[in-house]
Design a protein around this ligand. Sequence first.
Ligand code: ATP
Ligand code: MG
Length: 360
Amino acid sequence: MATVTFRNVSKRYGAITALDSLDLEIGDGEFVSLLGPSGSGKSTTLNLLAGLISADSGTIHIGEREITHLPPEQRDLAMVFQNYALYPHMTVAENIAFPLEARKPRPGKDAIARNVSLVAETLGIGNLLARYPKEISGGQQQRVALGRAMVRDPRVFLLDEPLSNLDARLRVRMRRDLKELHRQIGSTIVYVTHDQSEAMTLSDRVAVFAHGQLQQVAPPREIYENPVNTFVANFVGDRETNFLDGILEGEKDMLFRSGSAVIKLGTQRLKNASQKVTLGVRPEAVTISRNADDGMCAEVIMTELAGAELFVYLRLISGQEIGMRCDPREVSLVTGETVSIRFDPHQIHLFDQESGQNIA
Ligand SMILES: Nc1ncnc2c1ncn2[C@@H]1O[C@H](COP(=O)(O)OP(=O)(O)OP(=O)(O)O)[C@@H](O)[C@H]1O
Ligand SMILES: [Mg+2]
């Protein structure tokens, strides 16, 4: 069983806590992304797992086996980095075969060739085996790097930003390929990225990091729909979440009041009846209100037509800016126009104003 378990793992560099008491369990065959901004501890986590750096405290297991202090080569993992440096003087086939050639005892020539061609077929690069790295594209090079990791048939794959050197289109293509590959080989994959859309589309679960601390680990949908705090709410999603500070009033029919804006929340189940809250609402949960008395007055500051979606920047009377995302076939607005907007009450998140924790 190639499960991966971090228990209370910390790593410090002088005064910096790169990773703070990480508890994380990754299932056998699961695809988990470590997502977070620069410096949040993603690579630290991966490097600890790979054995490239050592933990100050805590334990790491793969399956039943504790690996916290084992050297990298005894951990049965394969790692693919962002700069996947292939050997330029070797063909694709030789690059993929390299880890097998280095193995002791060395497998026979036929066994190596069979293995290499199997891996190359799986990756769709079977026709490139005789070429040199400079004779193939970036995406193909990335596949060769993956092949070099796959040929070792490791229990766990560690990928650190493997697609970040590719152009946007190719990245999206490779995402699909990676997902398909994972389906085929069924290995446990730990994938580091700071790109939330990559994490959301690829993973079974996403682990969100900030300042060396794991914020939330959950399936993409739950991360998106149920963020545990304002950080996660804002970091996940391709547009920023709108946040409004205000107070809660009433019990049965709860109201949120922020300056002159009043939002009916209906009945909410709150963990603690915090009065000062931050309301979070994603741009797609903001709509034009047909019914003026349930909406808030807002002025259109700017519109952005991005293919299939229209993004509208609005300003409330309080001066607060709100982003709204809508269908350009249904909504047309001009700058300077005043509209009435509303938030979908089912897609509103309430956070404690001090701690930023979700209180719903
Ligand atoms: N060798 C080191 N010496 C000192 N500080 C380090 C070292 N490696 C990492 N750090 C610090 O630890 C913190 C976490 O770094 P880490 O590399 O894990 O971030 P990351 O999430 O991978 O970021 P990025 O997206 O930029 O790769 C950062 O503040 C970083 O500066
Ligand atoms: Mg990193």
